[in-house]
Design a protein around this ligand. Structure first.
Ligand SMILES: [Zn+2]
Ligand SMILES: [Zn+2]
Length: 263
């Protein structure tokens, strides 16, 4: 399996334009070149900077409806950039968010198919990659629900994608206990700070507890690769310093453009 991090920042990063440099774009990643998970307003610049082939993208999966994770004009632009004759791009998004934020104009009707889901639902993306959506502690609006995903990949690997969210709700926690994770992407919005945002985001103390607890359950093994993403510019230490610090605990601080392939 392959992951390309297109963006690794929380919503407080300024738009760096075509070259990200030492900044971060809003969090987004490309799974096995075919599935784009989260797609905010800076995703197209990242697609260009990191030479992503949009013709290979079959599915876009959105974790929740905040503006750093979904931008419909950018999603429509990606749909238009794909070569003619491909099956429609599938956009998997929470039912409420689909109704509020995912209007497809007539000229794009054949290019994109909106496929709403709810927490608890399972849906299949390209190459038999199966996403199961679980509730997350992260409010958007009355009708829009945030989800994390346990993703079963065709090569038998299992991934957890958890942006954004605070402490896991019980159903999510119990499902995680039963899994065997090869890869985890957890948010680290608040860095080392006990910040007021912990009601809807997490910090490194929480990640260490999760790692210990899920290791005790066998869901995390020494071979599990754990990435941290969605770092807030104003709350996290500079990348190089922080990457070294959290590496001591077995975590990898992701950066924009990081390409990882499983052995
Ligand atoms: Zn976010
Ligand atoms: Zn959010």
């Amino acid at each position: 399996m392959q992951i390309l991090f297109l963006g690794t920042g929380a919503a407080d990063w300024p738009n760096p334009g075509p070259k990200v440099g030492k900044g971060r774009r809003f969090s987004s990643l490309l799974l096995n070149q075919t599935i784009l998970v989260d797609c905010g307003p800076m995703a197209l610049d990242a697609i260009r900077e990191f030479d992503v082939n949009v013709n290979l993208i079959t599915d876009i999966v959105i974790g929740h409806g905040h503006g750093d994770h979904i931008n419909m004009p950018v999603i429509l632009e990606i749909a238009k950039l794909r070569q003619e004759g491909l099956p429609p791009l599938r956009l998997h998004v929470n039912k409420g968010t689909a109704a509020i934020r995912c209007k497809v104009p007539e000229d794009c009707a054949k290019l994109i198919e909106v496929m709403p889901f709810m927490p608890g639902d399972t849906f299949t993306c390209s190459e038999n990659t199966v996403f199961k959506a679980y509730p997350a502690s992260h409010p958007v609006s009355k009708d829009e629900l945030t989800t994390h995903f346990i993703i079963s990949l065709p090569e038998g690997k299992t991934m957890y994608y958890g942006l954004d969210g605070s402490w896991f709700p019980p159903t999510t926690w119990h499902a995680m206990q039963k899994a065997k994770f090869d890869v985890i992407v957890w948010e680290l919005t608040c860095g080392n700070l006990d910040d007021w945002r912990l009601g809807e985001h997490s910090n490194f103390s929480m990640l260490k507890i999760w790692k210990n607890a899920f290791t005790n359950d066998g869901a995390i093994s020494p071979n599990t690769k754990i990435f941290c993403s969605h770092m807030a510019r104003t709350l996290c230490p500079p990348h190089d310093l922080y990457a070294r610090e959290i590496a001591n605990f077995g975590f990898t601080l992701a950066y924009d453009g990081l390409l990882w392939e499983s052995k």
